[in-house]
Design a protein around this ligand. Structure first.
Ligand code: CTP
Ligand code: MG
Length: 230
């Protein structure tokens, strides 16, 4: 049984607004995608990275620079299509375990990835990291700026990656996705297929590098790792 990973890195990063695709943005001299792959390397046997079709060579170079051995394939128009391309490239056996991870969550703790794998080994169809919501949540303001009602955050969780599945579950979910309405999340697809998905504790470092204020946070984590603090 193999433990494999799809790292999704085919997005442009429009909210970040960098010159290059987000996964190629350098954090302390190393591309975001390479950080993601190096941290997953501790827990997986093989990795496929989905890249923008016009940045395949740049993605391969960024990974090679960091000493990462990964197969790089073209992603799709949507994250879901990119995951499907990555799954196809992995040639999984049904009993394998597959992690689906965002390059943008490059600093997720390896222990969190390991916990998702352990939950699937223990019998779940899939496992995802979640965190409690720390901010007060309200319904979005109306056109006049007046705020809406408070939402009970105790009943909510924020979802991270890697989202980890028995391979047959991930493949089934994405086969259904071709027919179903777009879902942003692999666990949502799997749940819709009747599969049992459990939650494990996520980590703050699994945040998604999304907006211009995020790379400085990522740099702080990278420096902390270089200094031996984790
Ligand atoms: N992704 C992908 N293929 C796409 C879109 C996104 O592989 N067609 C990947 C991104 O590279 C990222 C992950 O999915 O690692 C999560 O997506 P997100 O953070 O939204 O990245 P982008 O779509 O690149 O950013 P934005 O939405 O700001 O444009
Ligand atoms: Mg996006």
């Amino acid at each position: 049984m193999t433990i494999a990973a799809v790292i999704t890195a085919a997005g442009s990063g429009s909210r970040l607004g960098a010159d290059a695709p987000k996964a190629l943005v350098l954090i302390e001299g190393r591309a975001l995608v390479a950080w993601a792959a190096l941290r997953l390397d501790e827990v997986v046997d093989s990795v496929v990275v989905t890249a923008p079709a016009d940045h395949l060579d740049a993605m391969r170079a960024a990974l090679a620079d960091a000493g990462v051995g990964a197969l790089v394939v073209s992603g799709g128009e949507t994250r879901q299509a990119s995951v499907a391309a990555g799954l196809a490239a992995l040639e999984l056996d049904p009993d394998d375990i597959v992690l689906i991870h965002d390059a943008a969550r490059a600093f997720q703790e390896p222990s969190v990835a390991a916990a998702t794998i352990e939950a699937v080994r223990a019998g779940a169809d899939g496992a995802i990291p979640v965190l409690p919501v720390v901010d007060t949540l309200i319904a979005a303001p109306g056109a006049d700026g007046s705020i809406g009602d408070v939402v009970d955050r105790d009943g909510l969780r924020a979802v991270q990656t890697p989202q980890t599945f028995r391979a047959r579950v991930a493949i089934d979910a994405h086969r259904r996705a071709a027919e179903a309405p777009a879902a942003t999340d692999d666990a949502t697809l799997a749940r819709a297929g009747g599969h049992r998905i459990v939650a494990v504790d996520g980590h703050e470092w699994g945040f998604k590098v999304t907006r211009p204020g995020d790379p400085p946070l990522a740099r702080g984590i990278a420096r902390s790792l270089a200094g031996g603090g984790a």
